[in-house]
Design a protein around this ligand. Structure first.
Ligand SMILES: Nc1ncnc2c1ncn2[C@@H]1O[C@H](COP(=O)(O)OP(=O)(O)OP(=O)(O)O)[C@@H](O)[C@H]1O
Length: 290
């Protein structure tokens, strides 16, 4: 009897393991230097500190810098995984709060032009780990390059980062427009960085959402905002994520609250709403080859 129960429990655990699918989030911005990488990294750390299994993948072709922000020197990168036929587990590094991360490596632009075999190898490796994580974040570069498009449109949702500057907002709108014209059913949330107060972030959100509603017949959500805080600059200089460097700083408290609000709003996601990522990436690649 006890053996039957143990068998049943093991079977259920295995079923759950097989069903688990990471929620994939693409983080991008219209304009460079708006704080996208710093946000993506600290958000990932906050998710980890809530007991979630999180992986962040640095796919910024221009200048991958998650490892610099972490003050870490990865032994392997995405590029070396492909060159040396390593398994994806071999290239995962451990950051603070049990966060996993994968560094881009130099020559990342070639990664986005993989031939069939290498792309399939990458997708199979990625598929292996989507069942092991709750969240996988892709830190992508600024702007809407063709290379990034597949990741952005295949992800379960996208976070667009902007500051309050008009040029940054205009570029965020251009990036959203590009995305919506390419993929109509994508979930987009806005993160407004370097704000002086909540009202300022609401103004930016309302302005952008109105334009998206009127001209693109879409809706974007407000993920939240982060205040201008000198701790962020200090954290970059000390190569320690701000959430780790100064947990009591205003920006860290705001980040923690944003993460909790996000988790609360998404707690009831069905498995069907997640995990289409690999299938979508595969079909996007086939479409490209066709
Ligand atoms: N909330 C903030 N308060 C103060 N300074 C900030 C804040 N967010 C970002 N910064 C500053 O902006 C700089 C750029 O941030 P980050 O490198 O994360 O931008 P990015 O958008 O990822 O840039 P890139 O497009 O070049 O990858 C940081 O080095 C930091 O000095």
């Amino acid at each position: 009897m006890i053996e039957d129960q143990a068998f049943e429990l093991r079977k259920r655990a295995l079923d759950n393991f097989e069903k688990k699918n990471a929620r994939t989030i693409a983080v991008f911005s219209g304009k460079g230097g708006v704080g996208k990488s710093s946000f993506a990294l600290n958000f990932a750390i906050c998710l980890s500190s809530q007991g979630k299994k999180v992986l962040i993948l640095d796919l910024d072709i221009g200048m991958g810098n998650i490892d610099i922000l972490l003050g870490m020197y990865p032994k392997h990168t995405l590029i070396s995984m492909l060159d040396d036929q390593l398994s994806i587990e071999d290239i995962i590094e451990k950051g603070p709060n049990n966060l996993s991360y994968i560094a881009a490596g130099t020559g990342l632009s070639s990664f986005f032009h993989l031939d069939g075999n290498r792309y399939e190898y990458f997708l199979n490796q990625l598929e292996n780990i989507t069942r092991q994580y709750d969240y996988i974040l892709f830190d992508l570069g600024a702007g809407m390059s063709e290379e990034h498009m597949a990741f952005i449109s295949a992800a379960d949702e996208c976070f667009v980062v902007t500051t309050t500057e008009p040029t940054s907002i205009t570029d965020a709108y251009a990036a959203i427009k590009h995305l919506v014209l390419e993929t109509s059913d994508v979930k987009i949330s806005l993160m407004v960085n370097r704000v002086s107060g909540i009202q300022e972030s609401l103004n930016v959100y309302e302005r952008l959402n109105l334009a998206v509603q009127n001209f693109l017949s879409q809706e974007i959500r407000l993920l939240g905002s982060l205040p201008e805080d000198p701790i962020v600059i200090k954290a970059v200089k000390e190569q320690t994520p701000f959430y780790i460097l100064e947990r009591r700083a205003r920006v860290s408290k705001t980040m923690a609250k944003m993460t909790l609000d996000y988790l609360k709003a998404n707690h009831d996601l069905s498995e069907d709403e997640k995990g289409q990522f690999i299938q979508k990436l595969k079909s996007l690649f086939i479409r490209k080859v066709d």
